[in-house]
Design a protein around this ligand. Structure first.
Ligand SMILES: *Cc1c(COP(=O)(O)O)cnc(C)c1O
Length: 434
């Protein structure tokens, strides 16, 4: 697989280069140069197949000619997907694809774990990769857990001291080994500035191979295609296989992966479900794309005012807005409806969902009323409800227990290094790290 940039100013790059750089040198996002449909027999074999089997075949199809051998790629897929992604039926027409059974209880584990292993296998020789990541809370955990113990890599997580929750902090400060956490005296923006400064520093770049685990990395996006196929594989044998996926969206990486899966032959349509940060539903309505500052909501992982992956979606569809509208319906859900949905689904079905999933469930229920009765709806559940206890508990009026794995982490001591908000200080730390 070779990759182009959405800005169109580069010649096709090998996967290893795209992974190392994160962002293309022309400022665009990497996209596969070609995406051939999967062979028809892939789809006839799909029903009832296992996650790893399905994902391996898709990965082989996409990356088979890349700088990774067949055996290696199979290992990368199996190690990435060492947890289940079950499809849980809620009603006649609605099922929930639970993407939150990974180590940090959110779907971002899938992308981060695949990227970590791809980087390990595509690095040159015995080079040690130093991955820098700035986090406001969740990304740091997913990246740290994904890279923990991965040979040839080490991770520096920069986070704003005192500004992340205790659970978030434990997810990247208790691992040790090849993971270091820096508590920065400053804000998340300061952390991001320090990371950007390090990437631009020539001394540092001469002395070590720096890499990014940023959410725009193509290595995080590719594996998100796998579970769309796995969802269809789990439908009941006699179910209509034309599926309406509902993807709760912020930066639109998850939806982009779904649209790419459609390019590979997945028969499906999509709902782009957002909270009140609704620039994309609005764009689908009016044809005008109007980014604006984000607003805070209860589903805060989707508080994005200028979604980065829109560049990829537009690349996929060119300027064919009508084509995009045939495949994607936009829908926005406010906080009040989000809370009401959490409460209702819990009371009626005994199912507890997090606020992001609730946005998706409500959007799907609404859009399904306009669809043929045989259409199956699948909501991507992006996080475990315990991850958003502060939102969920007051709504249902009782405690949401932390899964045992997470509760155990809370007992462990925080190990982090205090860091002044000063680029030289970070540089010294990185140069002294061995
Ligand atoms: C990141 C995130 C989203 C949004 O996903 P995108 O790919 O950015 O659209 C939704 N829900 C949760 C819980 C997330 O962490």
């Amino acid at each position: 697989m070779r990759l182009l940039s959405t800005s169109g100013e580069i010649s096709p790059a090998p996967l290893s280069e795209a992974l190392r750089r994160g962002l293309a040198p022309d400022g665009g996002l990497y996209m596969p140069e070609h995406m051939e449909p999967l062979p028809a027999d892939f789809f006839t074999r799909l029903p009832g197949r296992g996650l790893v089997e399905t994902a391996t075949e898709v990965a082989q199809h996409l990356l088979g000619d890349a700088d990774i051998g067949e055996r290696e790629l199979a290992d990368i897929v199996a190690e990435t997907l060492s947890f289940e992604i079950p499809l849980v039926r809620q009603s006649d027409r609605i099922s929930v694809l639970e993407l939150f059974h990974g180590p940090t209880l959110a779907f971002k584990d899938v992308g981060a774990r695949f990227l970590a292993r791809l980087l390990e296998h595509t690095r040159t020789g015995d080079q040690l990769l130093t991955v820098l990541v700035a986090t406001s809370g969740d990304t740091g955990g997913a990246v740290a857990q994904a890279f923990h113990g991965v040979p040839g890599t080490r991770v520096a997580v920069l986070y704003p001291k005192g500004k992340v929750t205790p659970v978030q902090e434990r997810q990247f400060t208790t691992l040790g080994g090849n993971i270091r956490a820096y508590a920065v005296a400053g804000t998340f923006d300061d952390c991001q500035r320090l990371v950007k400064g390090a990437f631009a520093d020539s001394t540092l770049n001469d002395r070590m191979a720096l890499s990014s685990a940023n959410s725009i990395s193509i290595g995080r996006l590719l594996p998100q295609m796998f579970y769309y196929f796995h969802a269809v594989a789990q439908l009941e044998p006699d179910a209509d296989r034309t599926v309406l996926f509902c993807t709760p969206s912020g930066n639109f990486g998850n939806l982009t992966a779904g649209l790419m899966a459609k390019h590979l032959g997945l028969e499906s349509r999509f709902i782009a479900a957002t909270n009140v940060n609704d620039v994309v539903p609005e764009y689908l309505d009016s044809g005008i794309y109007q980014p604006r500052p984000s607003r805070r909501t209860l589903s805060n992982a989707m508080d994005v005012g200028d979604p980065s992956n829109m560049a990829r979606i537009r690349h996929l569809y060119g300027d064919d807005l009508d084509g995009l509208r045939r495949d994607v319906t936009g829908f926005r859900v406010n906080d009040q409806t989000t809370q009401a949905t959490i409460r209702r689904i819990h009371a009626d079905l005994g199912y507890l969902c997090d606020p992001h999933t609730a946005v998706g469930i409500h959007a799907l229920e609404h859009v399904l009323t306009t669809q043929p009765a045989t259409t199956q709806g699948i909501v991507l559940s992006t996080a475990h409800p315990a991850k958003f206890r502060e939102v969920v508990e007051p709504v249902i009026g009782r405690d949401v227990p932390l899964p045992r794995r997470l509760a155990a982490r809370l007992e462990e001591p925080v190990q982090s290094i205090d860091l002044a908000n000063d680029p030289d200080e970070l540089k010294r730390q990185l140069l002294d790290w061995d």
